[in-house]
Design a binder for this molecule. Structure first.
Ligand SMILES: [Zn+2]
Length: 665
């Protein structure tokens, strides 16, 4: 018997497959077992879609944490090569063909008789019948990006038939085949549970970092109100431990930065399961065997989104954030939050599993916080007092350095015309810390000794309720579904810059902002909003009406008006009877449209943003390009670059007898 209470999928593939559709005990069931599907998931129903029968390896797995989405399938490595045969995994028909500049790139979907669909992404090219259909539709609609749903059985395929060649199109970081298996409800299933002998994994997952997050303003870890990240140490027996003691009190959450490696691959792939035990009682389990595609954006609640924005590291949060409705968890009544109120030591066990049920375990003891936290004395300083602050969960942590005296004064919080004193919570490294519960008060500014800092908190935005903020300069509307959790909204503006909330808070929907810039805008037509964060500039856009710019954004943070004065740079690399090839680049707003005309007729230009390259793809390859060539490239600020050329008439080909040669081959 297999212990199905374990978080990890039991070792035998068949049991794992049944579990996928029954759900391990205690995990929410996302679907009823279906005879047809159970037949389909018998090993061998699907063949491996590339290099079948050979030892393959992966550079990505189901559920890997990616920007704004869980990874929807497996990434099969192709040894930095493109052009490998891609096979239909089973009988069926092509139900969707699409081309995206980013994301999947060139992709096909095959629907199978049992209702499952397989997906093949980042393809270099499709087999002839599909490629011809795609190209003719692109010409009909005069577009490069396209999303087609051929009729059922318009393009039937047989298991093992070559349907495409592998590539590196779209958002891939190198050549590979992206492969998915979906059910009829558009749930992404873990392809590894379908029994592919081409893949093996005997290497257990590993811990890179863990973090302990105080979850209420009264909670502390190692005496502090802020998040503590630690690097676990691997012991010779393979278990992990922490390099230093941990003390905590209140309500805290655990976060894990962990990965898996599989045979033959240097890549850090994701985890299948995480299980947390407190004093040997399971309090949280995460099990990634399948998930609904339409909820993939909830990854921004599953992981610590703020830390991802600031550091790029994607920690699994092992406690449920408010608003997280994913069916991936089994938790206790506290949703995985650890209650450390009793002043006693507690044993914590974190176990990571990969899909092949290799496991790694970290054990440590959380000791109670020492009773009196330190509030001084400080070493007096002649330097002016400086104030820093950051928000975590509902807690605003204010930190101040340089005091003329040995005792730090209370902070004075100003809000709504009133003021209140806030005593020092603790002193660390000669700095005084003050902790504000943002659920209780939203300070506009803070004064500590002689120093002042603007905090600019304005209002609470509550999930499920439309909220508007207005002042003389800015109107902001949050639709009812915009926030996942109560947002303590800070707003400030100066000149052409507008700050709305913090970049560390995810949004579920776009908000609408209407802003009157404080400074002159010389060229409004080409001036739009950009999100500016840590040296990055992301185009947001916007429309002007009178002196106001209105824009929609699903990101919070610092917005800045910028003027894109330069049209795109276009370098024609090749123009002849056979092909047009050019490099296209834009320095600020980014490319909007590419349009090529030869002798007045629209020509499809393929686009690879990674190489900044466009090249022609003729409808009729035998027909030479002749006459006028016009290439128009526009950026998102409306700047247009037009390149023109003239091609002489193509020399008339002497008639050749090709039939004879073909017969000889
Ligand atoms: Zn992928």
């Amino acid at each position: 018997m297999v212990d199905i209470n374990r978080c990890g999928i039991p070792g035998r593939v068949w049991t794992a497959l049944v579990l996928l559709f029954l759900g391990p005990a205690g995990f929410p069931q996302t679907q009823a077992p279906d005879k047809e599907i159970l037949k389909a998931v018998q090993p061998g129903y699907f063949m491996f879609p590339i290099m079948p029968g050979e030892a393959n390896s992966l550079s990505g797995g189901l559920g890997d944490l990616r920007p704004n989405h869980f990874h929807a399938g497996i990434d099969i490595r192709t040894m930095q090569r493109e052009g490998l045969d891609v096979y239909a995994a089973a009988d069926g028909y092509v139900s969707r063909i699409a081309v995206f500049t980013g994301g999947y790139g060139n992709v096909i979907f095959i629907k199978h008789p049992n209702g499952l669909t397989t997906v093949y992404g980042h393809l270099r090219e499709l087999k002839d019948t599909l490629a011809n259909y795609l190209r003719s539709e692109q010409y009909k609609q005069q577009t490069f990006e396209i999303d087609l749903r051929p009729a059922p059985n318009q393009f039937p395929v047989k298991k093992g038939e070559i349907v495409a060649l592998s590539g590196n199109t779209g958002g891939s970081g190198g050549p590979h085949l992206h492969f998915e298996i979906r059910d009829e409800k558009n749930h992404l299933l873990n392809p590894l549970l379908f029994g592919f002998q081409e893949l093996a994994d005997e290497i257990p997952p590993f811990f890179e970092r863990i973090a302990i997050q105080p979850l209420t303003p009264g909670s502390t870890v190692n005496g502090q109100a802020g998040r503590l990240a630690l690097t676990p140490v691997r012991k010779p027996n393979g278990d992990y431990t922490l390099p230093q003691p941990v003390t905590a009190s209140g309500l805290v959450g655990l976060e894990v930065l962990g990965f898996d490696r599989a045979n033959g691959s240097p890549f850090k792939n994701g985890l299948s399961c995480i299980e947390i035990r407190l004093d040997d009682q399971e309090v949280f389990a995460y099990n990634m065997t399948n998930y609904p595609n339409d909820l993939t954006r909830l990854i921004n609640l599953h992981m610590n989104y703020g830390i991802e924005q600031l550091t790029g590291q994607r920690f699994h949060r092992c406690y449920l954030a408010d608003g997280n409705t994913l069916n991936l968890y089994r938790t206790d009544g506290r949703k995985g939050r650890l209650p450390l109120f009793d002043g006693k030591p507690h044993e914590v066990t974190i176990t990571l599993y990969d899909t092949f049920q290799q496991a790694s375990t970290l054990r440590f003891t959380v000791l109670p916080e020492p009773p009196a936290s330190e509030t001084g004395p400080l070493k007096p300083s002649k330097l002016p007092t400086r104030i820093f602050y950051s928000a975590e969960e509902n807690t605003l942590i204010i930190r101040a350095a340089n005091f003329p005296t040995a005792v730090a004064p209370p902070a004075v919080l100003y809000a709504d015309g009133g003021e209140s004193d806030l005593p020092v919570r603790y002193v660390r490294a000669n700095e005084a810390y003050y902790v504000v519960d943002l659920r209780q008060q939203l300070p506009d500014s803070v004064q500590i000794g002689s120093a002042m800092a603007a905090l600019n908190y304005r209002t609470h935005v509550i999930p499920g309720k439309e909220t508007a903020y207005r002042d003389s300069t800015v109107h902001i509307t949050f639709p009812a579904g915009a926030v996942y959790d109560t947002l303590h909204l800070a707003v400030s503006h100066s000149g052409n810059r507008l700050d709305v909330g913090q970049v560390t808070v995810p949004l579920n929907d776009k908000i609408e902002v209407d802003f009157v810039p404080g400074g002159p805008v010389a060229d409004p037509k080409r001036t739009q909003m950009y999100l500016v964060s840590g040296g990055r500039k992301a185009y947001i856009g916007g429309f002007w009406k009178d002196n106001r710019i209105r824009f929609r954004t699903q990101l919070l943070g610092s917005f800045q008006l910028m003027t894109d004065v330069n049209p795109p740079t276009v370098r024609l690399l090749r123009k002849d009877h056979e092909a047009l090839v050019a490099t296209v680049k834009d320095d600020l707003s980014g490319l909007d449209t590419v349009r090529a005309m030869v002798n007045g007729a629209w020509v499809l230009m393929q686009y690879d943003y990674k190489r900044a390259l466009i090249w022609s793809d003729k409808l009729d390859p035998k027909k030479p390009f002749e006459g006028s060539v016009v290439l128009e490239v526009k950026d998102r600020a409306g700047n247009l670059t037009t390149v023109t050329a003239t091609l002489p008439p193509a020399p008339v080909q002497p008639p050749t007898d090709t039939t004879a040669t073909e017969e000889k081959n």
